[in-house]
Structure formats: C-alpha cells, structure tokens
Write a protein of this length. Structure first.
Length: 448
C-alpha cells in the first residue's frame, strides 16, 4: 500500500491537496479568540490554525523509506519545537524534537520510552492559511552517509537509557541521535539547529544533512557518522538531563544566540533545580566558536505560573531576534509563559570567567542575588504574559515575529503522548491525548 493510500485511510479530517511529499495533511478549523470589550489594547489571539492527523509511519517512510516499521498509531506532531519565518508570508520552517517519548515507572524507577525508535527528526515547512496548517515540504535530518540520525540518546551514563513503548525492552544508544529544538535558516539556505543531548549547535545543509555538530569540550562523543567539534565551554557538560539548548535566535549579522533551557546542575542536581540563574550564549557562525556568555535570571516560578511552586519547572523554550542586540525570551512552565524583551550588553559577558569553572563555589547557579555578587545579569522587560491571553495553547515552544506587533506561536503537542503505562492500549496503540499541533497569531497592540 502506498503512503498516499495509508494517509487517505487514516486521516479523519478533510485532506488538503497539493502537498509535494508522499504525505497528506488534514486540516481543521478552530475558533478565533476575540478581545473582550474594553480591552482592545490587550494582547489577543487573531488567528488559530491546526494541523490535522498524518500517520507518523507514512510521513517518516516517505522521507526515508523503511525507517518506521510500526508507528503504534502515532500521528505527526512535535513540530512545535520551534518556528522560523520562511521567505513567503504565512510560511514557516519548523523542527520536530526527538520524536514520541514518554516515561513509565518500573519498580519505582522512571524509564524513558521511545515508542517509535526509528523516527528521524525532521525540518518541516508549513503554511498557515486561515484556520488550517499545511505541510509544504519536509527534510529528514541525516548523517554524512544519508542515514537517519534518529532521536535516540547518545551516551550511556550521561543520557537516559532508552526503552521500548512499554518500558520492558532496553534499546540501543545512538551517538548520531539528536534531540532537536531550535531552528534558524542562514542566508545560504542551510540551517542551524540546537540540541538538548550535547548540548550542541548543529549546522545542517539545505537538504538536511548534518555538516558539523559543535559540542562542549570534554564530551568525548565518538562513533558518529558526521563531524563533531568540541568548541563549546566545558561547563555545559553539567546540563540537566533533557534540559540542554532549546531556544535559538539569529542576530542580524549572522551570529546565533542559544539558551540553556534550565540552570546547570552545579554543583549538583539539587542546586540546579532550585536555581533561577541560567545562561545565554552567543555563537559566531564565522568563527565557529562561542564569543560571549550571559547570565539570565528567571522570575520566580509562581510569578511565571501562579499554579506552580516547583522552581525546577521553569524553562526557556524560545529566543527570537528583534533587531540589533535585542531578543524576545520566553520563560515558561508547561502551563504558562511570559515573554521578556532582553538586550545583550557587552559589559555583561561572563565568558571564560570564574563561573565557567565548575569548581567555583558558590556557582552561578547557587547565587540568590547575582548582581550583589558582582555578576552582571541581563536586564529584561515584560512584553506579554501569555497566561493571561485567551486562546493560547499550553506548552508554547516556538515563537516567530510576523511583524512589529504580531507573533506566531506554536505548541509542542508531544505527538499526542502522555506519560505512564496508560499511554498505549492493550494492543500497543497510542491512546491519543487529544492535544493538537496549533499555530496562533498573537497581536501585541503596542508592538515589541
């Protein structure tokens, strides 16, 4: 049966024609939030567009035949890891994360599951048209020899051990694996991505082939089928599990800014979980090196999300260039988010200083008041509290600037996955969460 036939059989919504892949996209209309009377000046959603149901096996095998033997009923999702404007209005480049994954507790210990271990992260080009999202193109992320990188963890002892969908069978690590998150497109048509495993910055060709992966000094990642360069500060080796780089922005001159999703585990995990101090790094695409590092301080977790009291739930998921050295930084939990405007300041560069030494005590992460300790922290100004805006989905991970007063936001729907043994039925088929991949346009009346 052809991929087209598979899609026609599985799709439960009207199918959009004209997709230049062996994949079809179904679309569904969604309601548009309207600003309440008397609140015309408040930020509000002006458009909502939703991606339909595309069988993950059909999608993946159309890109790299034979990579997915059984998608276990999972549909394409996870493309909300980031969003970046393409050349035409309403079109965007997005990127999936490592694929469907969850956690199941076995004998009191949580195991990380990969229900579709053959899934290959992909760069997906979409168009937002009215209340629909259409897939225009997709690029598999591949090794030098054209094989799938997969989304499997890299290193035993450093990354979580991978297991089958039911957490009963151990899977193999893969040094090529990438947990892709942020995406920007360079002027030459190539892409830059960030990854949570390394954490790493990954240069990818215009067709999706990994050209070089830049990782922290001392990572000693071997066995890859693409070039790996140890050029990032060694202190990044202390990234929290699954909390490496997530946000990525491209400055006007071509430099990149990447954000650590969470504070480093320095000197240990407890310190990182309790910390409000994370880091932004500036990477020169010409020098292929980090040229600056900045301390960034979260607001208290109950300010970002009044329903949350666990500081470790704070994350940076998106960073957007606003022109010059100005950035829009998203601070979030899984249920709420706030967007801050930040200006990079040369005087705030801490690269190569004492806080890049992992023996420094107290560490940057342990400082309750970095400024009082002589550490310059980037100033920020609240642009919009997404938690107060009707119609914004939870778990927003990608943000793009549409114009001076409009943002495009996309959520990560986790491929419809939930955690726990109930994520799959007795036949090993997904019990879908019902959360869709959704793009919303947010108007900020006074601009950003």
């Amino acid at each position: 049966m052809s991929p087209h036939a598979i899609v026609r059989r599985r799709v439960r919504r009207p199918v959009a024609a004209g997709v230049p892949l062996a994949v079809a996209v179904a679309l569904v209309a969604a309601g548009t939030a309207v600003a309440a009377p008397g609140k015309a000046e408040a930020a509000h959603v002006t458009r909502t567009a939703t991606l339909g149901d595309i069988p993950l096996g059909a999608f993946s095998n159309a890109l790299l035949p034979g990579t997915v033997a059984d998608d276990r009923g999972v549909d394409l999702g996870g493309i909300g890891s980031d969003i970046y404007p393409a050349s035409r209005k309403g079109e965007y480049w997005t990127v999936t994360d490592r694929g469907p994954n969850g956690q199941i507790k076995v004998s009191g210990t949580k195991r990380r599951t990969f229900p579709v271990p053959g899934f290959d992260p992909a760069i997906v080009k979409i168009r937002v048209s009215g209340s629909t999202v259409k897939v225009l193109d997709a690029l598999p992320i591949t090794t030098s020899s054209g094989k799938a990188v997969t989304g499997l963890p890299n290193q035993q002892g450093r990354d979580e051990a991978p297991y089958s969908y039911d957490a009963q069978t151990a899977l193999s690590y893969n040094p090529n694996g990438l947990d892709t998150e942020g995406i920007v497109r360079a002027g030459d048509g190539s892409f830059w991505l960030v990854d949570e495993y390394g954490p790493s910055v990954v240069h990818v060709s215009a067709r999706g082939k990994v050209l070089t992966r830049y990782v922290p000094k001392g990572l000693h990642l071997t066995g890859t089928d693409y070039p790996v360069v140890e050029s990032l500060p060694a202190v990044l080796l202390h990234r929290k599990t699954n909390r490496g780089f997530e946000g990525l922005a491209q400055l006007p001159g071509g430099d990149l800014v990447m954000a650590l999703q969470s504070p480093l585990s320095l000197p240990d995990g407890d310190a990182g979980d309790a910390s409000l101090n994370t880091r932004l790094l500036r990477f020169s695409t010409k020098k292929k090196a980090v040229t600056a590092e900045y301390a960034y301080r979260f607001d208290p977790v109950n300010v970002v999300d009044p329903s949350e009291d666990d500081t470790s739930e704070l994350k940076i998921s998106s960073v957007v260039a606003l022109g010059g050295d100005r950035l829009l930084v998203e601070e979030r939990t899984d249920k709420a988010a706030r967007l801050q405007v930040v200006k990079l300041d040369r005087r705030s560069n801490i690269l190569g200083g004492r806080y890049d030494d992992d023996t420094t005590s107290p560490s940057l992460e342990q400082l309750d008041d970095p400024a009082a300790a002589g550490v310059p922290v980037l100033a920020k100004k609240l642009a919009v509290d997404l938690g107060t805006v009707s119609g914004v989905p939870q778990k927003i991970e990608g943000i793009a600037r549409v114009d001076h007063d409009t943002l495009a936001l996309v959520n990560d729907n986790d491929f419809g996955m939930t955690d726990g043994a109930g994520a799959f039925d007795a036949q090993g088929r997904l019990v879908d969460s019902g959360i869709e991949t959704t793009v919303v346009y947010l108007k900020v009346p006074h601009g950003i």
